[in-house]
Ligand binder design. Structure first.
Ligand SMILES: [Zn+2]
Length: 363
């Protein structure tokens, strides 16, 4: 088993020379959060321990230890290579760190929410939804448009709050003048409450959020046809006959699939017109602050949410899953995971944190 390239971050000494053979560069792994391995007899052992490494170097690895090492290697490698999180059947990728960069990509919707500094994966999404004009959310826009042009991808459709449309046009004009590039896009100012069809089975509507500057979130709905209630008692042949006669037998139902808030205070939760965001299958929202040092008041003052507010308003969330983003860069992956694990029992939705790009205690 070629465990040679494996370098567990929490080993106190570097791997022995014999372990670094094989030519491959050492793979730095974070195993934080990896569940303990179960040994026969129900005994648990934390993966990659120093003791195991010492035994390994001594050349006295037992068969079972070897099997465990291989399992650790597979798990740890999968953890490192995995990009994004699987949330309710959608593989969601992105990077979101308050003040630095926020871009959340949902390839199944062909969409990116905010563009951050334009991560590579976002370039391939045809639709971009911008929540507000802060640079950590919109800074990569010219690069997004330019890179799509470079790859000969079709001009993207970029949705913005109407109040920033003119400024976005000016910004792109400046880049057009400087780069002598066309920077083709379809720029759509979409206001709260308006609806736009992005696919024949998908529509989007912005909703109101509360930040230090004008902002809005977006709900993406799937469009479904449902048999009208008055025909529910009919048999298949009768329904077919009705349909052939030209009668309208279905109602169009909009089902909220994914909601994205961008930066906001918790006030958006209490806005009655935002109920679709709170019942979307997946809510992607923010929890910039986690601890007492930066409390709820601090979060509100800066137009953000504190994790404790999600607990406070837990009863309002009807979502199947909540993906938390925009954590402050003061926190480490372990701080975020620990804080979120305390939240989980209070909220019925499955809560996941987007921690891509954050530092670990072990790195
Ligand atoms: Zn902001």
């Amino acid at each position: 088993m070629a465990t040679a390239a494996l370098s567990f971050h929490h080993l106190s000494s570097p791997p022995a020379a014999s372990e670094a053979s094989g030519g491959a560069p050492p793979l730095k792994l974070s195993t934080a959060g990896t569940p303990p391995l179960k040994l026969p007899g129900g005994v648990c052992r934390r993966s990659g321990g120093v003791a195991a490494a010492a035994v390994k170097r001594s050349g006295f690895l037992t068969t079972i230890d070897r099997a465990i090492e291989e399992e650790e290697y597979r798990r740890a490698r999968a953890e490192v290579q995995r990009k994004g999180v699987d949330v309710e059947g959608h593989l969601i990728e992105g990077i979101s760190m308050s003040g630095h960069e926020t871009c959340v990509v949902v390839p199944s919707l062909n969409a990116a929410f905010d563009i951050g500094r334009c991560p590579a994966k976002a370039v391939h999404q045809d639709f971009l939804f911008i929540t507000h004009g802060h640079l950590d959310h919109i800074g990569g826009l010219p690069m997004y448009v330019a890179t799509r042009g470079l790859y000969s991808l079709k001009p993207p459709t970029v949705f913005v709050p109407p109040c920033i449309k003119e400024d976005v046009e000016k910004l792109l004009d400046v880049h057009r003048a400087m780069s002598q590039d066309e920077l083709k896009l379809d720029l759509v100012p979409l206001d709260v409450g308006e609806t736009y069809e992005i696919r024949n089975d998908l529509v989007v509507r912005p909703f109101r959020t509360n930040h230090t500057i004008p902002s809005q979130g977006y709900v993406v709905y799937s469009v479904r046809n449902k048999l009208k209630k008055q025909y529910a008692h009919l048999k298949g042949t009768q329904i077919r006959k009705l349909k052939l006669s030209g009668a309208e037998i279905t109602d169009v139902i909009l089902y909220p699939e994914v909601a994205f808030t961008g930066d906001t205070t918790s006030d958006f939760i209490l806005e009655p017109r935002n109920s679709d965001a709170l019942r979307a299958k997946i809510l992607i929202t923010e929890a910039t602050f986690l601890d007492d040092e930066c409390n709820v008041e601090h979060a509100r003052r800066h137009g953000h949410m504190h994790l404790s507010e999600i607990m406070e308003y837990a009863q309002w969330f009807r979502n199947k899953a909540i993906l938390l983003t925009n954590f402050s860069s003061r926190y480490k992956i372990e701080d975020i995971r620990e804080a979120v694990s305390k939240l989980q029992p209070k909220v019925s939705a499955k809560v996941t944190a987007l921690t891509e790009g954050f530092r670990s205690t072990y790195t």
